[in-house]
Write a protein that binds this ligand. Structure first.
Ligand code: SF4
Ligand code: FES
Length: 246
């Protein structure tokens, strides 16, 4: 196979695509295992290995942020790059591999981007404040409507990977923030701070330089967890009512 990989020394470096040939790729290898093989070859030749982010390698942590042949997380829907297998490609294919491209996700090195902007949005309100004095009611003792519990759970499956931002022509983070706002606001424990949460998280999102949503829907298509655009609409309703209260 032929690989065309984005190489960039640091944030200031202009970066460029570099060509690599790779053989002996098993169809059962994951995409990251294929990159491991390439890196071992590069190390054996005394060259700098390609820097890429990964941790769990099973679709949970959201760190494997790769743009593969112009698609966030590659050609298959509802999986992360680490869950992509080489059987999705043909012998002799050329594969383009790039980092997420968004102003709010600066490239650290090669394929690694800095997504601490997401952390700061979470810190602005993506939590609940719980009294831990020992008298706290068991969360499981609070009845919650099945539909709300299911929707909150679906929103909570967002792994913060940033594919929604990378896929969006405006680099909007609305799908991520919509999921994070909704996972709390649908539950009684999260309602207490719902007003401040949505105002603070949206404010932080804007300060981080993410663009606006223009309802293109690329985020939903490329999201590995299938987070629905409905969560953006839910956040907009929350935001409007919080603004009127505020
Ligand atoms: S909404 Fe989807 S694409 Fe966006 S950060 Fe969450 S899991 Fe990733
Ligand atoms: S390495 Fe954790 S989701 Fe891919």
């Amino acid at each position: 196979m032929k690989l065309k990989i984005w190489r960039q020394k640091n944030e200031e470096d202009k970066g460029r695509m570099v060509d690599y040939d790779i053989s002996d790729v098993s169809p059962d290898m994951s995409f990251l295992e294929m990159l491991d093989v390439l890196n071992q070859d590069l190390i054996d030749k005394g060259e700098e290995p390609v820097a890429f982010d990964h941790d769990c390698r099973e679709g949970i942590c959201g760190t494997c942020s790769l743009y593969i042949n112009g698609r966030a997380h590659g050609p298959q829907r509802k999986i992360t790059a680490c869950q992509l297998h080489m059987r999705s490609f043909k012998d002799g294919d050329t594969i383009y591999i790039e980092p997420w491209r968004a102003k709010s996700f600066p490239v650290v090195k090669d394929l690694i981007v800095d997504r601490s902007s997401f952390d700061r949005i979470q810190q602005a309100g993506g939590f609940i404040s719980v009294n831990t004095s020992g008298n706290t009611q068991d969360a499981n003792a609070i009845p919650i409507e099945k539909e709300n519990a299911d929707n909150a759970f679906d929103a909570a499956t967002c792994i913060g990977c940033g594919a929604c931002v990378a896929a969006c022509k405006n680099s909007s983070a609305m799908l991520f923030v919509g999921a994070k706002v909704s996972q709390f606001s649908l539950l009684p424990q999260g309602r207490v701070e719902a007003t401040d949460r949505v105002l603070n998280m949206v404010k932080q999102m804007d300060e981080e330089g993410f663009g606006n949503c223009t309802n293109t829907g690329a985020c939903e298509i490329e999201c590995p967890k299938g987070i629905s655009l409905e969560y953006i609409a839910r956040m907009n309703r929350e935001y409007l009512s919080a603004s009127l209260k505020g």
